[in-house]
Design a protein around this ligand. Structure first.
Ligand code: NAI
Length: 258
């Protein structure tokens, strides 16, 4: 019960990694705001948490809208008496070559994946500073913060931005004992990724990833829960890759020097 007495917000919590994080935090005692643009999905996750004996509040929120993000933080404070843990996790992936990407598409991906992290962190940090008892901010990055992803230029730019921004934020918030860290997932089975994981893509992934499997959302959530816990009190501005070795692996496809 690492999170007993803590109040948490998880964005993008109706599905995939966010759902696993919200469920994991609640299972260890946190009261959790399940925030998502998908109101029905958020309701369903909150209900599942409560059925399992946890405490949750579904909060329909578009993380690209500052007013909605501020309202989300206010709800956490009003319902749960404060805010200790903020997980900026909501995200979208849009594919298209850079030469074909419209400004509108670029703005949407940057706003949903990066500006949302600024808005969520700012609203959460202001509340945490007011409370004066420290806090935890955990942001979901991607291996594509540091690896190119042909056909997803805006996504890679946003995720690189999430990691760079998190380092600066970590420096600024350290005097308040508010820690900021990123989890950097590799290929993970969720609604975001499933449409792309055709049999040929899966076969290529299994060759590319040394552990030869796609992650379950709970394996990523474990890292988020670590950064959200007291055990991670001395980690700031760092990124934990949970990717089966995707980034570490420098081998030639199917060959070794002999
Ligand atoms: P998912 O699609 O299962 O969940 C994302 C959630 O974010 C959805 O419930 C969606 O409704 C919500 N969302 C989207 N736009 C929103 C908005 N404007 N406001 C509020 N909520 C919004 O996807 P997944 O995979 O769980 O993604 C979570 C995070 O993990 C994202 O930041 C994604 O970029 C990142 N990630 C995922 C990987 C994967 O292989 N699935 C790999 C690396 C990173």
């Amino acid at each position: 019960m690492r999170f007993s007495g803590k109040s948490a917000i998880v964005t993008g919590a109706a599905s995939g990694i966010g759902r696993a994080v919200a469920t994991g935090l609640a299972a260890e005692g946190a009261r959790v705001v399940v925030a998502d643009i998908n109101a029905a999905g958020a309701q369903e996750v909150a209900r599942a948490i409560e059925q399992a004996g946890g405490v949750a509040l579904a909060q329909p929120t578009d993380v690209t809208k500052a007013a909605e993000v501020e309202r989300m933080v206010q709800e956490a404070v009003e319902r749960f008496g404060g805010l200790d843990i903020m997980v900026n996790n909501a995200g979208i992936l849009r594919v298209g070559l850079v030469v074909d990407t419209s400004e509108a598409e670029w703005e949407l991906v940057l706003r949903t994946n990066l500006t949302s992290v600024f808005l969520g962190s700012k609203a959460a940090a202001r509340q945490m500073i007011r409370q004066g008892r420290g806090g935890r901010i955990v942001n979901t990055s991607s291996i594509h913060a540091v690896l190119s992803e042909p056909n997803a230029g805006a996504y890679t730019a946003a995720k690189g931005g999430v990691e760079a921004f998190s380092r600066t934020l970590a420096s600024e918030l350290a005097p308040h004992k508010i820690t900021v860290n990123c989890v950097r997932p590799g290929a993970t089975w969720t609604n975001l990724s499933r449409p792309f994981y055709t049999p040929p893509v899966l076969a290529a992934l299994n060759q590319r990833v040394p552990l030869q499997e796609v992650a379950q959302p709970e394996w990523i959530a474990a890292g988020v829960l670590f950064f959200a816990s007291d055990e991670a009190r001395y980690c700031i501005g760092t990124t934990l890759a949970i990717d089966g070795g995707y980034i570490m692996h420098g081998g030639l496809p199917g060959l070794m020097y002999e």
